[in-house]
Design a protein around this ligand. Structure first.
Ligand code: NAD
Length: 298
């Protein structure tokens, strides 16, 4: 019999991932506290769970994708939460990006009840989630990962077993710090170029073919030039990931600088009320600082 799978938290990232697991042919139950978020999945054949508890009651593997540590800890650890409710041998997998201390609390609590837990933060953005090309950074027991692999393969081919729980979210925080710093370097370079009279798309094409290129460049044609800042990846989530990186750095006494600069820009965007916009919106703050406006193209 096919493994029964549940998915809790189907926002910008969870929704396309859940859609790809559903396409994998598993009997599938979905729940989000916002009913609207799960409408398309129910239309595509998922059963609408009445609650998170309903999902865990009807699933052998449960995936969760929530904003941050407090949401995840509440869902898993509160009385009547996922860990208390799950039957022994259930596999709970958290795909959210959280503090490494969160999975380190969840795994032993699950183990006490004979329940398995893996952390599996992902990278690749909403485009990667739609295309099922995500990188998945799994922390936890590799034997449990092998059991969960057929489900995880539906969301991405690059499944990395990176160590014990906590290791997955550590490498995820490193990745996002580097992505954010690349992105800010691109935005500052672009701003200077525009002020110097260059066409932003010329900068894009040239740097893409040169040594300064990175995935961050793709924000130029997809977000910055058309001024499309709907998420995507919200500013407040990027701020949270930089917080995670800086927390780990403090704990390990690693002097870091770039993450602090990157976080300052996310803080400025939060202060400007842009927390629910895509993190590309930071480019508009850099524009203002330089008293320049990127030319808008269709
Ligand atoms: P989002 O805010 O779009 O979605 C979160 C969803 O969780 C919402 O639909 C919300 O209603 C639901 N939710 C929250 N608490 C819940 C609960 N207790 N029960 C049921 N549903 C609940 O956020 P997102 O962009 O999908 O990000 C989710 C996680 O994935 C975050 O940790 C984020 O850092 C990570 N992530 C996001 C991206 C991206 O590009 N958006 C990429 C990689 C990783």
């Amino acid at each position: 019999m096919a493994t029964t799978v549940g998915f809790i938290g189907v926002g910008n990232m969870g929704n396309p991932m859940a859609g790809n697991v559903l396409k994998g042919g598993f009997p599938f139950t979905v729940f989000d506290k916002s009913p609207k978020a799960m409408e398309n999945l129910v239309q595509a054949g998922a059963r609408a769970g009445k609650s998170a508890q309903d999902v865990v009651d009807s699933s052998e593997v449960v995936l969760t994708c929530l904003p941050a540590s407090p949401d995840v800890e509440a869902l898993y650890l509160e009385p009547g939460g996922l860990i208390e409710r799950a039957r022994p041998n259930t596999i709970l997998i958290d795909l959210s990006s959280v503090l490494p201390s969160t999975p380190r609390k969840l795994e032993p609590a699950a183990k006490k009840r004979g329940v398995h837990f893996l952390e599996a933060p992902v990278s690749g953005g909403t485009a990667g989630a739609k295309a099922a090309t995500l990188a998945i950074m799994v922390g936890g027991d590799p034997q449990i990962l092998d059991r969960a692999r057929p489900v995880l393969k539906c969301i991405g081919p690059n499944i990395f077993s990176v160590g014990p729980v906590g290791a997955g979210n550590t490498v995820k925080a490193i990745n996002n710090m580097m992505a954010c710093v690349n992105s800010l370097a691109m935005m500052e370079g672009l701003t200077l170029g525009v002020k110097a009279g260059l066409d932003p798309m010329v900068i894009y094409e040239v740097v893409k073919a040169s040594s300064g290129g990175s995935k961050a460049l793709e924000r130029i044609p997809t977000a910055i030039v058309p001024r499309k800042f709907e998420p995507g990846f919200k500013v407040f989530l990027m701020n949270k990931d930089l917080d995670t990186f800086n927390t780990i750095a403090k704990e390990l006494h690693v002097p870091v600088s770039f993450s602090n600069v990157a976080q300052r820009y996310q803080q400025a965007a939060l202060a400007a009320g842009l927390g629910d916009m895509d993190t590309s919106v930071v480019a508009t703050l850099i524009e203002k600082l330089a008293a320049v406006e990127f030319p808008k193209k269709g």
